[in-house]
Structure formats: C-alpha cells, structure tokens
Design a protein around this ligand. Structure first.
Ligand code: ADP
Ligand code: ZN
Ligand code: ZN
Length: 738
C-alpha cells in the first residue's frame, strides 16, 4: 500500500535553493527515519551527505521518478529536530540555500563520506580496588626520582577522570602515565558518556570578588529570568566588570545543570579568558575556534551534543553548536565585526544567537563597552533589557583622548612633532607605546617620479601594495602578487619610489627614530604562522619590546597594562567614507583601544592624528564619550531613515563585463515592491575586483515583512532570468558593508 512508503525531504550541499525528496529503498524499509538523520544520497553523478528535514508518507511529486537514498549514517551524528528547525529558520531569514546552511552547521568531518570515529576517548582515574591503606603505602613508597609520577598521581586523584590532552596540558608525559598504570595505582577506561552534573566543588568561590551595587543588580535581574527567553544588553566601559557579571550568572546556570555558550571575537580568544573560566569553574569547558583541527572540532561538537561539556567558548560559527541542555548564551563584544560572516552564508552570529535563544526559550546576554547602534536602539526602546556599568571595577581610571591637528604640525615619517615627543617621554619613563596604522605592507603604492604613473593590479584597477620583506607587490583586493618592478611601464624611467606608508615601513622608521628601544610589528603578515601571534604578545607582556606597531588586529581582546600611550595615525578615511557605518566603527575602535591601555597606577592616553580636528563626530567623541556619540549618531540615522531605523538587503552581482550584472539587477527589480525601496543597480565601491565588474542592488524597508517579500520576488525573478548563469550573484540580509 502506498501509504506505507516513506519519503524523505533532504537538505543537500548544492547551490540550489531547495530541498530534495528521496524515496526509501526496500532494504531500509524497516528503518525508523527521523528528522535530523544524516543520510548518503545519490546526486547527479556523485554521492553526497544530506540531512533529513522531514519524513512523510505522502509525496506530491511523481514517486516513480524519485531516487532512493543509499544509507543512513550513525545515530551518533544525527542532528536534533530542534537543531533542524533552527537551521531551517536561519535559511529562511537569510534566504540562503538550506543545504548550505545545514552543511555549515556541521563539523567538517560530518560533511564527508569518510567514516568517523565518535567512540569515547580514554581517560585515567584512581584504581578504586586499592584500599586507602594500600594507596597511602604506595604513595609514600615513591622514590625521589619519581616525584613527577607522584605529582601526576595526586593530580589524577583530585579529578574524576582525566583525558590525555588534559594530562599533557598539565605538563606530564606518557611515560609517567604508563608507570602509574604499571604499578596499578590508576586504571584506564573510556570517558563516561554522561551529561555533566554540577557538584558541590564545581564552583570555586576563592578569589570571587564582592560585586559592586551596579554589578549585583544586573546579576540578580538576569538570574531571576533564567527560565525563559529575554535579551539583555550590558553596556559597560572596559574594566567595569562585565566578565565578572557573566561569571556569576553562569554560576547560576551551571547549578541548574544547564549548558552555557559564550561567543567571543576571533582573536579575543586569549588564554586569559579561558583561564578565568577554568579558575572559577571545575566543569568541562570546551573551545571552538579556527585553531582547532577537524577532529578536535568533531569531538567538541559531539561532547556538547551529549551534554558532557558545560561551557562552550566559541567564535562565530560556534553559534551552531548543538546544545542539549541549553541554559544561556553570552556574546562578548557584541559590536565586533568578526561576528558577521562576509561570504557564502552571510549570517551575523549575534542575530542568529538571538533567534536561537528565542527558539530555545533561554536568556541571551550581549556585552560591550561600545554597543552597536542596532543593539543600543533595541535597548533604548525596551526591546532588550538595558543594563549599564558606569564605573571601573578597580580604582577608576579612564584613558584620555586627544586630537592632534596635523595641519599645524611638523610631520616626519607620518608622525607629528607632538606625537614624537609624547612617544619619547613615554619610553623614557620605561612604559610601552602602541601605534595603530591600519595599512599592512611597506607602502600602499609605488609610483614613477617622472610621470606619476602608479603600478596597478589590472584585475582590480587598484594600486599594488609594496611588501619589502617578501620582495613582492601584492594586491590587497584580489591577493595577486608580482615581483617588484624597477622601471616605469609608462615612460621607462627607473625613478620608481614607494608612495605612502604601511606598518612595515613605520616599524623601520621607528627603529631609526628610537634606536635605543625595540619595536615589534603585529599584523596579518607578521603573524601568519600558527602560534606566532601568541609568541609576540608574550614578548610584549614580558617587556622585550617597548614599541608596538599594529593594525586593528590589536584592538581586540588583549590588555596591555604597561602600554600608556596609544597613537592612532589614520582616522580621517572613516570621517568621509561612503559607508554610513564607518564613523560608528571608528568610534568603537578608538574607545576600545583606549580601554586596552594602562592600569590603575598608570593611566593610558590616546592620541589621534587628524587633518580635521574640528569634525563634529571627533569632537563629540572626545568631549562627550561613546554613549553621547552613539545617541547622536542614532538621531542622524533616524533622520536619514537608515538602519537601525530601516532594514536592508543587498544583492551583489559580478561578471566579466560590466553590462551583464547591471542588466540582470535592473531587469529583476523593475516593478513596484510594496513598502520596499529599491536603489540601483549601482557600481560597488570597488567596481572592479579580481577581473570582475561588481554591482549592487540595495533594498530597504521599514518593515521586515516587506523586505523579505521583495527579496523573495527578486530571487524568483533571478531564477527565471536568462542571465542568471552568466552572473555570479548573492544576497546579503542586514549587510554590514555596502
Ligand atoms: P570587563 O569584562 O568589563 O572588562 P572585568 O570583569 O574583566 O571587566 O573586570 C576588570 C577587573 O576588575 C578584573 O581584574 C576583575 O577581576 C576585577 N573585578 C571585577 N568585578 C570586581 C569587583 N566587584 N570587585 C573587585 N574587582 C572586580
Ligand atoms: Zn613614468
Ligand atoms: Zn587585484
């Protein structure tokens, strides 16, 4: 009978914006399929891994034409039904193909056909067969040379079960472990696959500070709302004790035996953050970030899915980690740009996390010293609960911000006289200096001194950046490289000179200017090798270097107590940018760097070089601080009717000739969209990149429903348009960069 047949709706990682119906073959007819199963399916000439979105006994297509799945993969790797619903929700919100959304949420190893090993890892614990007497006797019998063995034994006895990575991290060797095994003092077994349970000693109350009044109000307010959805913005200056507030809320959540997901910016994931969590909580803490290998990521995923991990500290993509007993989501530095994925599935981890918290009916906490204008507006209108921390936790000490008027200065190597003097004074006092220049390389261009010709990348029509260290010209737009040219392409002159200054050159100049001090450069070029960033940061905190030169990379996550002067060399670009978010990001950067510097006894100073010291944005920020600046910026945004007072979606299209993307975007948007304004097609700010011509179509609406309807209509128009295969296009909901 037909109604006994089972049909599976499956998400498959192909660029098509749909799911696919498959039949269940004879051989699997007894299998009870459920939503979230991973299955192997034939697709075209290949076999692919898919995820079951729905199981039904009816089929609205011609069932004789359906292909059958090949097999169902292990239960262990199944997604929960809730997870599938959540991913479907994300796919609808971002208008992104469901197959790709589901795939991105899976660890790499689960996207592959290769078999995976999810068997529990080994762990070691005290041999419970020994009586206390026998045990003490054995311990006392350790020879002096075996002190390390004895210490390891004590370490193992203090903990329930320790895995090899934990033992290795604590500084012990396999040989020491094997020796203890040989003496039958410990036994090996598989880790228990049981969810974590909060015990008496799981929370370490030593070193737990007495909360300030502001802090305890926030902790008690949020603690009273742990059992349902609520969204909180904690707006507190750097050092005001936000992390301490998170820790004390987390404590309450752990006591309910629930899991905590903490999202942090890309490189904010410093050892300090982790060690603070580990000091406070003796519960399984797992990490999810780009430094892990595929197998480690799979283990983290699995451990969390089984409820064995209590706290998950993760970067952006960790927002998809499967929680079985979700308790709370915390997003530190919610304003941070790294939370938005800028290619493929262009989600914003903060917004996705809010969707998720709502679905799971748990609270979510956003914390920052410089709220994004979106979150601030939601807090001011009461959509989020707004909490402020206005005082520093230690002795109050705010860094001062001063502007240097470049028009009035003697400038040498991009440094004004005033700044040079300030650097000198700071170094003489034995303190450190941090100099920001958001431009990598030696010089942003090379040019001919005879005819002013500039060496440009033909694929982007932008100047090549000179990287002297690598002896290369590199296009920062498409990544193409070529050897340094010695002669002008235009007039043949050999008088070729670098133009402008990047971090590489600045570092060299600083060595010339301050030969008695050591400089270090921290940017993407100098930290390419794994572990290099951590090494350089360690050298800085060991005071091996007195001068740090870096890009924005240095603005996040790190604290430099001996840096008392921060100089920002180039902010002017942001004042006149075509991107309406540029001033917001500039203000966040300045306030964040100010917060990274100094300590109680040595306050920090921030000096900003500008050609426009009278600019109202800069003046507002310097005189009145971020909060005032942000509220003023909100008024401007409201008058201009741009986000957060309207919602946007951006279609991007590119092709080998400028006419094709333009024609496509024009023809798919020639109709009235109710409640939605369409602008474009217009050329992207960088019209040519990597040989492709790029155009944008911007949609804006006051109501999200109107925006989504218009996006849907245009997507349908594109699907029916003859040019859709000749143009590479994508859709970005809530774009952060225009
Ligand atoms: P934030 O996350 O806002 O930058 P932290 O939570 O890291 O602030 O706090 C800054 C410093 O102040 C830390 O060293 C922290 O241990 C300490 N601190 C936080 N809250 C208190 C408190 N109530 N009493 C004393 N010290 C505190
Ligand atoms: Zn020339
Ligand atoms: Zn290029």
């Amino acid at each position: 009978m037909d109604n006994q047949l089972t049909y599976l709706q499956i998400a498959i990682p192909v660029p098509m914006r749909q799911s696919f119906t498959y039949a269940v073959p004879e051989a699997l007819i007894k299998v009870n399929f459920i939503k979230g199963d991973r299955v192997l399916v034939p697709f075209g000439h290949r076999n692919l891994i898919g995820v079951v979105l729905a199981v039904s006994h009816e089929c609205d297509v011609d069932s004789t034409k359906l292909k059958a799945i090949i097999e169902r993969l292990s239960d262990e790797s199944r997604l929960s039904a809730q997870q599938v619903d959540f991913l479907s929700l994300c796919a609808r919100y971002y208008h992104h193909p469901i197959g790709d959304v589901v795939t991105q949420a899976l660890p790499v190893l689960l996207r592959q056909i290769k078999p995976i090993d999810l068997s529990p890892p080994a762990c070691w614990l005290k041999n419970s067969k020994l009586t206390d007497e026998e045990f003490t006797l054995a311990v006392n019998g350790f020879k002096k040379v075996a002190a390390k063995q004895k210490a390891l034994l004590e370490f193992i006895c203090e903990h329930d079960e320790l895995t090899w990575p934990e033992i290795r991290m604590a500084g012990y060797s396999k040989a020491q472990l094997n020796a203890l095994l040989g003496k039958e003092l410990i036994v090996e077994q598989s880790v228990k696959q049981e969810p974590f349970v909060c015990k008496e000693n799981s929370i370490n109350h030593d070193d737990k500070p007495q909360l300030s009044v502001e802090q305890s109000l926030i902790v008690s307010s949020i603690s009273q709302q742990l059992n349902s959805f609520s969204c909180h913005l904690i707006d507190g200056i750097t050092g005001s004790g936000k992390t301490e507030v998170y820790l004390q809320i987390i404590e309450q959540v752990l006591q309910q035996n629930k899991q905590v997901l903490v999202l942090v910016p890309e490189i904010g994931l410093t050892p300090q953050t982790l060690s603070r969590f580990e000091k406070r909580f003796r519960v399984p803490v797992v990490l999810h970030h780009s430094g892990l290998n595929d197998n480690e990521r799979l283990q983290t995923w699995h451990q969390t899915k089984q409820g064995r991990s209590a706290i998950i500290i993760a970067t952006r993509s960790g927002v998809f980690t499967p929680l079985v007993k979700p308790g709370i989501i915390i997003i530190d530095e919610e304003h941070d740009g790294s939370l938005k994925q800028q290619e493929g599935f262009r989600y914003h981890a903060r917004d996705v996390a809010i969707l998720r918290a709502r679905q799971l009916d748990i609270p979510i906490v956003l914390g920052t010293a410089t709220p994004s204008l979106e979150s601030l507006q939601n807090a001011l209108t009461g959509k989020y609960q707004y909490h402020q921390l206005t005082k520093r936790a230690g002795k109050s000490n705010k860094a001062s911000l001063t502007l240097i008027d470049m028009a009035k200065e003697q400038v040498e190597f991009g440094l004004s006289g005033t700044l040079k003097k300030a650097i000198e004074d700071t170094l003489k006092r034995g303190e450190q200096v941090l100099i920001f220049l958001n431009r990598r390389g030696f010089a942003p261009a090379i040019s001919c001194q005879e005819c002013n010709w500039i060496c440009e990348c033909q694929r982007c029509n932008k100047s090549y950046t000179l990287h002297q260290g690598q002896n290369l010209l590199v296009c920062h737009h498409c990544g193409s490289q070529k050897r340094i040219i010695r002669q002008c392409d235009n007039c043949g002159s050999v008088r070729i000179k670098p133009l402008g200054q990047g971090t590489e050159q600045l570092e060299q100049r600083l060595v010339e200017l301050f030969p008695d001090y050591s400089s270090v450069r921290i940017d993407r070029d100098s930290t390419r090798r794994k572990g290099e960033l951590a090494k350089l940061l360690q050298q800085v905190s060991d005071k091996e270097h007195q001068i740090l030169v870096g890009t924005q990379m240095l603005a996040k996550g790190h604290h430099f107590p001996d840096v008392t002067l921060v100089a920002v060399l180039d902010v002017d670009g942001a004042l006149f940018s075509y991107d309406f978010r540029a001033p917001e990001h500039m203000a966040q950067l300045l306030v964040q760097v100010a917060g990274r510097a100094g300590r109680e006894s040595k306050p920090g100073r921030v000096m900003v070089q500008t050609q426009y010291p009278e600019h109202p944005l800069l003046q507002d920020l310097v005189q009145n601080g971020y909060e005032h600046f942000a509220k003023y910026a909100l008024i401007e945004r409201e008058q201009a009717m741009i986000p957060p007072f309207a919602f946007q979606a951006l279609f991007r299209a590119e092709a080998n000739y400028p006419s094709t993307p333009q024609t496509l975007l024009r023809e798919v948007s020639q109709q009235d969209f109710v409640g939605c304004m369409v602008s474009g097609p217009i050329a992207a700010a960088q019209e040519k990149k990597a040989g492709k011509y790029r155009f944008h179509l911007l949609l804006q609406a006051k109501d999200r429903k109107d925006l989504h309807r218009a996006v849907q209509q245009i997507l349908a128009n594109i699907a029916n348009h003859a040019l859709n295969t000749k143009v590479r296009w994508s859709i970005d909901i809530d774009p952060q960069e225009l």
